[in-house]
Design a binder for this molecule. Structure first.
Ligand code: PLP
Length: 487
């Protein structure tokens, strides 16, 4: 966005002058950008533009330590393929597909063109009572990618909305079929399902449980599938832990199946550190759910669209859940979109009652937004035309080997890999959990021009699926240097 970039810097400098704050510390990245910036291919970028009423203070940044960031910002102004670019034109290798989303790489021409065309043709159309054709086209394409009879697609705008939608569908499904007592929802420790009240209730993240009150009533949790003692330094699915699915039988025995609506799990827990499912675990969960009439929801917000070498993890494991949530990769991150895929039987169960009344009392103003649908169709074309899911599968052994080269570096407690993902646990600094992780992320960005993600003291990596073998080597070389520097 030329124009925006220089403007914010000019204003930041002016404001800090007036307030007498420490310019050097707060505007380091900023001041340099008033020089003509060079891109990777040496094209000069435009410099200074008119000041706008903007500074770093107004934006309350999500999931970010705001004070630390605003003292030393990590700004991104442009991206292409595997790289981000800072305001001064420094290329930063994207080791995280943005935030698990830009699976096709950044600013891909066909996606950009599709969004432009759509914006000119139809900016918005309501999805309540009306519709535009691309919403049906995209739903059919998503259904075709999903395994088995997962054929019905409901659109929303994010993973969090997808999760809440799926949970509401599960409750309403049992209600309309006359088992309204099935209200209990089962999640898992260390599960992440977004930030809505439904998602944080079934999720198993301590900070959510500590900060946001009592959450939804009637929720229980399976134990986490992770055990360092039994699984450390495993490539792919660990041998140990399949038996942990049997804990669902214990929960059913406690509450009685007649009160349980659904079980929701991520096939691979991503946000809490990349925790691959133990061998046989998901298959067992499916069997227990079947035995007790409980719906099984796979939250595939990050595992969907090729991350594990398949369109969905459900396919990798040969397990058909009743509902799949998706988001992120559907548009390769270019326009917000999420959704839920359900099996035919669930949709059909709702198709009763008077025909002039909506069968499911749920939806979002921006469900199936035209720009998102256009971006989604172009993205799915790219995945197909460039065989990107297959590519992830082919690269998985190379990726896993490269990740394991970091074993033995100072403070590395465990490394896990699955598909094109890796989690590297570092020993926490005494009395300051998360600090070493934070330092590695900072150093990676500033010293190595690499974007990594952190979950506490765990480094998470998940590059766009277009990553080359050479870039895989580059990612882990850089991470290795950073780990040593932050030891
Ligand atoms: N579910 C899973 C498994 C996720 O990993 C995430 C985000 O990372 C979400 C839900 C929430 O998605 P969003 O941030 O788009 O709301």
């Amino acid at each position: 966005m030329p124009g925006f970039m220089p403007a914010i810097y000019v204003f930041t400098v002016q404001k800090e002058d007036a307030d007498g704050r420490n310019i050097g510390e707060r505007s380091d990245a900023v001041l340099r950008t008033t020089m003509p910036a060079m891109t990777e291919n040496k094209m000069p970028m435009p410099a200074v533009a008119a000041p706008i009423p903007n500074d770093l203070e107004s934006f309350w940044m999500p999931f970010t330590p705001n004070r630390a960031f605003k003292r030393a910002p990590r700004l991104i102004t442009r991206a292409k393929d595997m790289h981000y670019f800072t305001p001064e034109g420094r290329a930063v290798l994207d080791g995280t597909a943005g935030l698990w989303c830009t699976n096709a790489g950044h600013n891909r021409d066909p996606i950009v063109a599709a969004i432009k065309r759509q914006a000119e043709e139809l900016d918005y159309a309501p999805a309540f009572q009306f519709a535009h054709p691309k919403s049906f086209e995209l739903a059919s394409r998503v259904a075709a990618l999903a395994p088995g009879d997962l054929n019905r697609v409901f659109f929303c705008n994010s993973g969090s909305e997808a999760v809440d939608t799926a949970l509401k569908m599960a409750l309403a499904y049992h209600n309309v079929r006359g088992e309204a007592a099935r209200t209990r929802l089962i999640g898992r420790e260390r599960g992440y399902h977004g930030v809505g009240f439904g998602g944080i209730s079934v999720g198993g993240i301590v900070a959510n449980r500590k900060l946001f009150g009592t959450l939804l009533a009637g929720v229980d949790h399976l134990p986490t599938t992770y055990s360092r003692e039994h699984q450390a330094f495993t490539k792919g699915e660990p041998d140990w832990g399949g038996h942990l699915a049997d804990e669902l039988e214990r929960i059913v025995a406690l509450h009685d199946a007649s009160t349980i609506a659904a079980v929701i799990v991520e096939p691979m827990a991503g946000s809490t550190g990349v925790l691959p499912p133990p061998k046989g675990y998901l298959q067992k969960l499916r069997a227990i759910c079947d035995r007790h009439g409980i719906l099984l929801i796979f939250d595939e917000v990050i595992t969907g669209f090729g991350r594990l070498g398949y369109a969905f993890a459900a396919e990798r494991y040969g397990v058909i859940p009743d509902l799949i949530t998706f988001a992120k990769g559907i548009t390769s991150g270019a326009v917000p979109m999420g959704g839920v895929i359900t099996r035919d039987g669930i949709y059909e169960t709702f198709m009763r009652g008077p025909e002039h009344v909506p069968e499911l009392f749920h939806g979002y103003t921006y469900s199936a937004h035209p720009l998102a649908c256009a971006a989604g169709l172009a993205t799915l074309d790219l995945y197909r035309d460039e065989n990107l899911f297959e590519r992830a599968k082919t690269l998985e052994p190379r990726w896993a080997d490269a990740a394991m080269t970091l074993k033995g570096l100072p403070g590395v407690l465990d490394i896990r890999t699955l598909g094109l993902t890796a989690g590297i646990d570092l020993a926490p600094r005494p009395g300051a959990p998360g600090l070493r992780g934070y330092e590695t992320m900072e150093r990676a960005f500033r010293d190595e021009s690499l974007m990594v993600r952190i979950a506490g003291d765990t480094i998470e990596l998940m590059p766009p699926l277009i990553v080359s073998e050479a870039q895989i080597g580059e990612i882990f070389d850089k991470v290795g240097r950073v780990i040593k520097a932050a030891a």
